[in-house]
Design a protein around this ligand. Structure first.
Ligand SMILES: [Zn+2]
Length: 103
């Protein structure tokens, strides 16, 4: 499987909401740390791509949420994880609401 196709593990950091460890695609490095609410409400990552490119683009007011420009792949993975969990919780809440109304 190529590096691009490989899935990576996203793990929430216990006691630190909106912070995640995201496995490196190269697998050789320690997982990266993504903070979804760090850079003026924009995510921040501990990877070199963020450090040397993304951060500069953010500082230069490039459009937000653009893959490769102002979002690294680790941020995207953390966002997907976050979104999936939120959808699950909202869906559970809606289903519970309907169950209670039916009673
Ligand atoms: Zn990153």
């Amino acid at each position: 499987m190529s590096r691009e196709q490989r899935t990576v593990k996203v793990t929430p950091i216990q006691g630190e909401p909106l912070r995640y460890r995201v496995e490196s695609w190269s697998q050789k490095k320690e997982p990266h740390t993504v903070d979804l609410d760090s850079y003026d409400k924009h995510p921040e990552c501990s990877c070199d791509h963020y450090k040397f490119k993304i951060k500069k683009n953010l500082d230069n007011d490039h459009p937000l949420w653009v893959k490769g420009l102002t979002m690294c792949r680790h941020m995207e993975a953390a966002y997907r994880y976050f979104a999936a969990k939120q959808i699950y919780y909202i869906s559970e809440h809606i289903n519970q609401g309907q169950t209670n109304e039916d009673k």
